[in-house]
Design a protein around this ligand. Structure first.
Ligand code: HEC
Length: 307
């Protein structure tokens, strides 16, 4: 009798642990599904949806430059998903992608480094970052993981926005892409769920004298124009980094044009009139955790090009 009861308690305990693991990402799953629904509804028919979603767009823009009827995975390529003009230019550049050399550079760095090979025996890992590290009680982004790896071995600290780290990430992204990997972010503890919540809060908080949040531009504002740019949607924002941009001084001494997600976000936060948090700060890591979770299930497609 007693042993039967003990067995029962053990079975119940195991069940409780198993069901808890699914519990922590309940809200995040809801958020992700709602976001997909929102963007699919928004782009179903922009001309018809003008009052709900595109209050400042001109008739011409809605009719001629926005692709309609987009579905979840179509959103992966940023504003090229809906911008007809942008997409034509993008396809042209993709015929001779300017980032190939960076993948090769990253591969050479990796293949020469015993340290990197030891920390990252598997190179098809871009979709697994950021993750929440229970022991460190912190979100770990891929940039932070690579930097931790080399500094622990006594090597020089890396710039988390460009240069070597961007090359290594280009190689990992390409490897992940070739293997058909998808974004696969997990939230499996209470602390992880709290980190996700803080990242989400950052994303939706208005800042600066303009009172802009990331969401003002990349959720509500997606597909509208800011100066000469069409605003891209949050969905798919993390799947294709690092990116190559002409704007990032392809020919300057300090940058070869390739940059990490952290570099891109720092630019947007500056545009909000704010001083961006450091690439390895808690705020930046948690913001990335939230954003990457929103792209769960979407294919890794980096490196890529952007205007
Ligand atoms: C005033 C509007 C505005 C705000 C606010 C803003 N961004 Fe952006 N963001 C842009 C523009 C313009 C671009 C370039 C065009 C595009 O891809 O959307 C861009 C690009 C990006 C990209 C690259 C997209 C891609 O396809 O590669 C990311 C990622 C991004 N923003 C994240 C953020 C985050 C995170 C925040 C909040 C901290 C934020 N942005 C706030 C205007 C904004």
């Amino acid at each position: 009798m007693l042993s039967k009861m003990i067995k029962m308690v053990i079975v119940l305990a195991i069940f409780a642990v198993a069901s808890n693991a699914g519990k922590y990402d309940k809200q995040a799953q809801k958020d992700r599904k709602a976001l997909i629904k929102y963007f699919e509804a928004k782009f179903e028919d922009p001309e018809k949806n003008r009052n709900n979603f595109f209050p400042y767009s001109t008739d011409k823009e809605l009719k001629e430059n926005i692709t309609k009827g987009l579905k979840h995975h179509d959103f992966a390529i940023g504003n090229y998903a809906f911008s007809k003009q942008g997409k034509a230019q993008y396809d042209e550049i993709k015929e001779m992608p300017p980032y190939e050399e960076f993948i090769e550079k990253g591969e050479a760095i990796y293949k020469k480094s015993k340290v990197l090979q030891k920390c990252f025996p598997d190179t098809k890992i871009s979709g697994e970052y950021p993750y929440f590290d229970k022991k460190k009680n912190s979100v770990i982004t891929l940039s932070v993981a690579i930097n931790d790896c080399v500094t622990k071995a006594g090597e020089k600290k890396l710039n988390l926005k460009k240069g070597k780290i961007a090359h290594i990430e280009a190689y990992f992204a390409d490897q992940s892409k070739q293997a058909g990997k998808k974004t696969n972010i997990k939230i499996n503890s209470k602390k992880a769920a709290e980190a996700y919540d803080r990242g989400k809060k950052y994303y939706y908080s208005q800042r600066g004298y303009l009172k802009l949040s990331c969401a003002s531009c990349h959720v509500q504002g997606a597909a509208q124009r800011v100066r000469n740019e069409s605003l891209s949607q949050l969905l798919g924002h993390t799947t294709h980094f690092p990116v190559y941009r002409l704007k990032w001084g392809a020919k300057s001494k300090t940058s070869d044009g390739l940059g990490t997600l952290e570099r891109r976000m720092a630019g947007c936060i500056k545009d909000e009139g704010q001083v961006p948090p450091k690439a390895d700060s808690k705020e930046m890591k948690e913001l990335l955790y939230f954003m990457a979770y929103m792209s769960n299930g979407m294919k890794i497609d980096g490196p890529d090009i952007r205007k």
